[in-house]
Design a protein around this ligand. Structure first.
Ligand SMILES: [Zn+2]
Ligand SMILES: [Zn+2]
Length: 276
């Protein structure tokens, strides 16, 4: 696996890459733009080229993340159009920065029901992939099932992918906190969970991992990230996941609570100590 963490892009993409390297990351995640806004800047071509060169030099893998406020299942036509325009830019930026894919959470059905939410998400994804013709893969992230979030089971993620017109352009990102809080797995059932996820065609399209402990208990349906070993998954649980071999070859990024990026340094070392 390629271990890393979330790094700010506020000072330009080349600085993001440098900061990731300084922290000893083998991979990193960044926001394509301000995570709380739909409108953002297009990728700076100079920063993009500089950053991509540094990534090659350092052997770093980048994972992009779209703003949290995008809802693929929104019933509001205007909001859907805004989301599509926003995600088009996210994919363009992710592509310019040489990311392996751009992460976007599964939709929220906002009281319209699961069936409606699924259908609407597929419709939005089809429209998005009509508009964006580039090479960047959209990575659907599983959710904790907070509120009306879809994507608590790997089956639902696979179903979404299989229903879109261009499934080859969709991959997955698995968040260990979300999966646990959604009740999808426990450390004790991890191997069976992975075996099932492989058999239904989820794991083969998995492109990135978010490695987080969970402040919320198993099945609590709350999205609350905890530092590794400080949550309900626990040190032994996280170690079990890391040692299982399920993340082999994948970028594995921390999204745990930190004051500054420097705080990731001991946590990265801790994660390494759990599987080496
Ligand atoms: Zn995540
Ligand atoms: Zn989360």
């Amino acid at each position: 696996m390629k271990l890393g963490c979330h790094i700010s892009i506020a000072k330009g993409f080349a600085t993001t890459v440098e900061n990731a390297h300084q922290l000893g990351c083998e991979s990193f995640q960044f926001f394509t733009k301000n995570p709380r806004a739909f409108k953002g800047k297009a990728a700076d071509p100079v920063q993009a080229e500089k950053g991509r060169k540094l990534m090659a030099e350092y052997g770093l893998v980048a994972v992009a993340h779209a703003p949290y406020i995008t809802n693929l299942s929104t019933p509001d036509d205007e909001l859907q159009a805004i989301s599509i325009a926003s995600l088009t830019q996210d994919l363009e930026n992710a592509e310019a920065y040489g990311a392996v894919g751009c992460v976007c959470h599964m939709g929220k059905h906002v009281a319209q029901g699961e069936e409606y939410g699924m259908t609407r998400m597929v419709e939005t994804l089809d429209m998005l992939l009509e508009q964006y013709k580039g090479a960047c893969t959209l990575l659907l992230e599983n959710t904790a099932g907070q509120g009306t979030e879809l994507g608590t089971t790997m089956e639902q993620c696979v179903e979404t992918r299989s229903r879109v017109a261009q499934p080859h352009r969709i991959g997955f990102c698995f968040d260990t906190c979300h999966g646990f809080a959604a009740g999808a797995y426990r450390p004790e059932t991890w191997d069976e969970f992975v075996a099932n996820a492989r058999s239904i065609g989820y794991w083969e399209h998995l492109k990135a991992i978010h490695l987080n402990d969970s402040k919320a208990d198993f099945g609590a349906h709350k999205d609350r990230h905890a530092n590794l070993g400080k949550g309900f998954i626990g040190e032994e649980g996280i170690a079990r996941l890391l040692r299982s071999g399920a993340f082999d070859g994948l970028p594995v990024c921390l999204e745990t609570p930190v004051e500054t990026e420097e705080d990731y340094r001991p946590e990265l070392a801790f994660a390494r100590s759990l599987y080496q």
